[in-house]
Design a protein around this ligand. Structure first.
Ligand SMILES: CC(=O)SCCNC(=O)CCNC(=O)[C@H](O)C(C)(C)COP(=O)(O)OP(=O)(O)OC[C@H]1O[C@@H](n2cnc3c(N)ncnc32)[C@H](O)[C@@H]1OP(=O)(O)O
Ligand SMILES: O=C([O-])CC(=O)C(=O)O
Length: 484
């Protein structure tokens, strides 16, 4: 709301804090003042980028600090150590520093400790009668760099089952959440509250030496992973009124227990899907929002529960993990508008209408990948094997044939190909888990594996506090003023 200074004396009496000039209106509300300042600052930033954008600032260009030109600096600058997984070793560095001298790398996608998804599918231990890898084996691989034996994996299943119970007060927190509170907010609340029993926080208070940090961090990391199925199951049953939570079965693997807690334990195909799902969503090197947040918060020696609670809040954003929910909402809207069997022309028009409305096509594009996400391909192969005739699966395939050309024609997205989130919801929906606001919780259960593995190593190797330098636009202007 703006006050006109037409009657200065009256205004001064009623609003003494308002500074008046005889001619200019001054907003009294902070938001109104901000609304005035924003367009001016947008112009100012444009001018700074036009004048100084191509000037080198350390290893980067000024423009890259603001992002979007050439490529956002943060997704290219080697800045983090992350041991569990890497997207195309070497190529990002090459592209940042030797852009013109080297051909563009194809960015083939994730490797867990050097192994591609098909390789881990072949090499990691399976459940009796199962054909998908057990996430227990993936965690062993992330932590040690080694493929575990069947016995080692069985021991992890038993250990996690033994640690699975959550404190009563955490159950109460969840039971008191309104069902309208998003499942990811409930998830983050519960994980943060687990810090109550953190072995690391206690050991730190008791004066543990730096060289011993990794021990209690390991215990917390194991507790964190072990307790997630009970938290996820409780949220699912509370929010969607799905009845009483069963107990953990110590003779079953992690994914089987998670499926049972959600009410799908009797469906072997769903259990297999969860094994694949948790394995492939676990880790995507260190710079993605959730993993990086976990590492950043952990660098302050916040315990693994606090660090992972923070990571979950990042995963809950629609440009990151929540995109799997957004994909399903988008597909459902498309189906309700165009019917079950739409023509390519109708689908194209729907995709264009999304872009023209200033929205992103969910499930497409990526900050680092430059081709179809191999996690998308793994899920597509699962669908071809288990649900080839599913209508929504067919729609996902149809969209795959149309979106990349449209994104290329629109001319903004650097990667027109699908990411992991373009496919996951369709698989879950097929088995009856069609409450899309819950999907990112499952992603969160899985991502804990990667973040926890790295937190253990960060404490073992004495990783430093993370504190990047930042600059204001005014500082940039001052620094480069008058310089060619
Ligand atoms: C597990 C995961 O986190 S995977 C990613 C999940 N997220 C999604 O699927 C959401 C849709 N995708 C996107 O929004 C983006 O591709 C991201 C967030 C994944 C990557 O973002 P960026 O690294 O900034 O991508 P990029 O450099 O290609 O962006 C350049 C422009 O293209 C646009 N763009 C990128 N992807 C898309 C898309 N799928 N639909 C429409 N526009 C897009 C960006 O919004 C940006 O526009 P702007 O210049 O107006 O700001
Ligand atoms: O790597 C990224 O930025 C996003 C992503 O795909 C993930 O975290 O799984």
């Amino acid at each position: 709301m703006f006050l006109r200074a037409s009657r200065p004396s009256l205004l001064r009496t009623a609003f003494p804090a308002v500074r008046l000039s005889s001619t200019v209106a001054k907003p009294v509300s902070l938001k109104d003042r901000l609304a005035e300042l924003i367009p001016k600052e947008i112009e100012n930033v444009k001018a700074v980028r036009a004048e100084h954008g191509k000037k080198a600032f350390g290893p980067v260009l000024v423009d890259q600090l603001y992002g979007q030109v050439l490529t956002s600096v943060l997704s290219r600058l080697p800045a983090l150590i992350w041991d569990g997984s890497v997207l195309d070793p070497g190529s990002s560095f090459t592209r940042l520093f030797f852009l013109s001298a080297h051909p563009r790398s194809p960015e083939e996608g994730i490797r867990f400790r050097g192994k591609t998804i098909p390789e881990i599918q072949a090499e990691l231990p399976k459940a009796p009668g199962g054909s998908e890898p057990l996430p227990e084996g993936l965690f062993w691989l992330l932590v040690t760099g080694e493929i575990p034996t069947q016995e080692q994996v069985a021991e992890l299943s038993r250990d996690w089952a033994a640690r699975a119970a959550i404190p009563e007060f955490v159950e109460e927190i969840l039971d008191r959440c309104p069902p309208t509170l998003h499942p990811m907010s409930q998830f983050s609340l519960a994980v943060t509250a687990l810090n109550h029993n953190s072995a690391f926080a206690k050991a730190y208070q008791d004066g543990i030496s730096k060289k011993d940090y990794w021990g209690p961090t390991f215990e917390d990391a194991m507790d964190l992973i072990a307790k997630l199925p009970n938290i996820a199951g409780r949220i699912y049953r509370n929010v969607f009124a799905k009845g009483k939570l069963p107990s953990i079965d110590a003779s079953k693997d992690y994914s089987h227990n998670l499926a049972a807690l959600l009410g799908f334990g009797d469906d072997p195909a769903f259990v297999e899907l969860l094994r694949l799902y948790i394995t492939i969503h676990s880790d995507h090197e260190g710079g993605n929002v959730s993993a990086h947040t976990g590492k950043l918060v952990g660098s302050a020696l916040s315990d693994p529960f606090l660090a992972y609670g923070a990571a979950l809040n990042g995963l809950a954003g629609p440009l990151h993990g929540l995109a799997n929910q957004e994909v399903l909402i988008w597909l459902r809207k498309m189906q309700s508008k165009l019917g079950d069997d739409p023509s390519d022309e109708a689908v194209k028009e729907y995709i264009w209408s999304t872009l023209k409305a200033g929205q992103v096509v969910p499930g497409y594009g990526h900050a680092v990948l430059r081709k179809t996400d191999p996690r998308y391909t793994a899920q597509r192969e699962f669908a071809l094997k288990h649900l080839p005739d599913d209508k929504m699966f067919k729609l996902v395939g149809q969209i795959y044939n149309l979106v990349p050309d449209i994104l290329l024609e629109a001319g903004k997205a650097k990667n027109p190909w699908p990411n992991v989130d373009a496919h996951s919801g369709v698989l879950l929906t097929h088995y009856g888990l069609d409450q899309m606001s819950f999907y990112t919780v499952l992603f969160g259960v899985s991502r804990a594996f990667g973040v926890a593995a790295q937190l253990i190593w960060d404490r073992a190797l004495g990783a430093p506090l993370e504190r990047p330098k930042s600059y204001s636009t005014a500082a940039i202007q001052k620094m480069f003023a008058g310089k060619p």
